[in-house]
Write a protein that binds this ligand. Sequence first.
Ligand code: 5RP
Length: 261
Amino acid sequence: MDWGMKNRMSQLIKDDGRCFFLPIDHGYFQGPTHCLEKPGETIEPLLPYCDALFVTRGVLRAAVDPVNSKPIILRVSGGTSIVGGNLANESVTTSIEEILRLNVAAVGVSIFVGSAYERESLLNLAELVNQCEDYGIPVMAVTAVGKELEKRDARYLALASRIAAELGARVVKTYWCEDFDQVTCGCPVPVVMAGGPKCETALEVFEFVHDGIQKGAVGVNLGRNVWQDPHPAAVAKALRAIIHENFTPREAFDLFNSEVK
Ligand code: 5RP
């Protein structure tokens, strides 16, 4: 691996082999998502606990301080919305010059395996890898399911994750599912877990994150289950303890409870 690529990967995945990415990119197709209406205010108490932010260029410029910033994973696919025809019909939205200008640690692009736009989204990924590898910039593939949440099973997610890695993704972001080891075993690059819609309790979040890590995930890219919780900083602190300090879900929940009292 070239120095630049290695340097950027080490900004994302820490010395212990683990990572906590905080995504705040949801507005790129959902608009002002609940608790993310003012992204700068949302992230302020969470920054001490996360390792990187996943964000579009618009919110990056508007809401993230460039001085002493966390490493940035730039969301570079889009062009669709929750009220439009098909969420899968994305293109790459950001030029390589812009990616370089923003000095990011990585870029992220969605793929929609099994959708009407499977081919287009996979070629978006492949073309982005072609461009970014020239400059030592890792590409994170996001195995997106659009509105079809039922696709989040091990067979589908293993298929989508492996295809993403085959096309050159350096990191794959996918959903946690039962039998998550089937997903990680078939994927030759690091896998991080997204959360999806908010869980009922923080303990549920800690349990699936812990399970996924035991089964081979290197960490999380977890958004709504952090910043839509009434105590987002306590969730973030407890997640960090699971990811980087090997806390059990129960120990993490005790830490969470001690923070909210
Ligand atoms: C949405 C994304 C998010 O980064 C991803 O879904 C993780 O966020 P959450 O944990 O809220 O699902 O790609 O565009």
